[in-house]
Design a protein around this ligand. Sequence first.
Ligand SMILES: Cc1ncc(COP(=O)(O)O)c(C=O)c1O
Length: 313
Amino acid sequence: MSEQPASHSTHDAEQDQRNQDIKIFLNGKIVPRAEAVVSVYDSGFMLGDGMWEGLRLYNGTWAFFDEHMDRLFNSCKSVSIDIGMTKAEILDALNATAKANGMTSDAHCRLMVTRGPKAKPFQHPGLSRSGPTVVAIVEHSKPAESLMKTGIRLATVPQVRGLPMSQDAKYNSHSKLNCIIACLQAEQAGADEALMLDPHGFVNTTNACNFFIVRRGEVWTSTGDYCMNGVTRQKVIDLCRANDIPVHEKNYSLYEVYGADEAFLTGTFGAQTPVASVDGKPISTHEGAGPMTQRLRALYKELVAQNAQGAPL
Ligand SMILES: Cc1ncc(COP(=O)(O)O)c(C=O)c1O
């Protein structure tokens, strides 16, 4: 009997014991991990009512900090959450947390802002009366090297990321139930993660990353109407434009995915992660990242290095 390949996720990281003893930013204080707890009345716990950002620390600089803050502040404003901190104060908090953990590189932050504790265990946002809960978990984090060689196996799932008037896919909301349902469906189909379509049946995004294909020398991604406005997605599009690589944000179907030369995912955590197969069909003939994915990874790495010359810790 052939052996099932080990399952992966785009957030696979090298094991790092140090993360058991990290310090965490919680509402203005930096506390040991064991003490970083929030109330069961917190709107994030109770309802998934909050927004978050994933950021990566490279050489003492939070990569593309302004872009992440722009999305976070836009999202929070849209759902009337007052963060109660300026962008500069958030930067200070992240830097202080990294410093408390002795981190300057290979670290990943999950910054979370919820509407805060509620007076009663019910839905109404007005019950959150004492201000937001702000948390930054900064972990030692190196994306698993094995992913570059094996790639991710995707399965197309029934769950879609839908129209903006239900829950706009641009919200990086605490509730990820829509994406979690998609991920479960993919796992049950024997894949690592889900490839989600848009409400019209065009190829859209994965449950955790943005999705790209490479066809005949061109880079394609969805229109962007139904997926997360990923910071890494935009950087890849900009890099293509700056380097004369034809790039299109367009509608396309699974037909074009199955016949693609390469496919890859983008996200802050893993940068560009190769896709090995979609619905059991291998994408391309090479192991791991194909030539265009490798080229874009190299360009992205350079961009991050340039960005890291900005304002170090
Ligand atoms: C559903 C989804 N798509 C894409 C992304 C990637 O976005 P970014 O490149 O800004 O990390 C994320 C990460 O937050 C996500 O949750």
